[in-house]
Design a protein around this ligand. Structure first.
Ligand SMILES: [Cu+2]
Length: 114
């Protein structure tokens, strides 16, 4: 478990993960565009017959690699304990046509800076 999530002080037991299903046809990641709150675990399930990855675009673009599942076997899954707020385009390194987008929002609204 990541210390980052624990640092939120939510004081709750482990949250149920937000689940994304890998599919062998479009949109490939279901839902392809997902929005979750910071600190919420995220889990990708692979019920297809092929290996896939869940790889943040930054892993290859600029080294800002937020997550990379490596090869996820059929009937396997990949889980993250939660991510800092931000926008995370990701893809499958084995099938570059597979693309998803994750938006992580602040757990509580903060006063907007002036
Ligand atoms: Cu794939």
């Amino acid at each position: 478990m990541g210390g980052w999530a624990l640092g939120l002080g939510l004081g709750s037991a482990a949250l149920p993960p937000f689940q994304i299903t890998i599919e062998s046809s479009s949109p490939y990641y279901m839902p392809a565009s997902a929005t979750v709150s910071a600190g919420v675990p995220i889990q990708w399930d692979n019920p297809t017959a092929s290996h896939h990855t869940v790889t943040h675009d930054g892993c290859e673009l600029d080294g800002s690699c937020a997550f990379d599942s490596g090869s996820v076997a059929p009937n396997g899954s990949f889980a993250l304990p939660g991510l800092p707020p931000g926008r995370y385009p990701y893809h499958c390194t084995l099938h570059p046509i597979m693309r998803g987008f994750l938006t992580v929002t602040d757990p509580a609204p903060l006063p907007s800076p002036t």
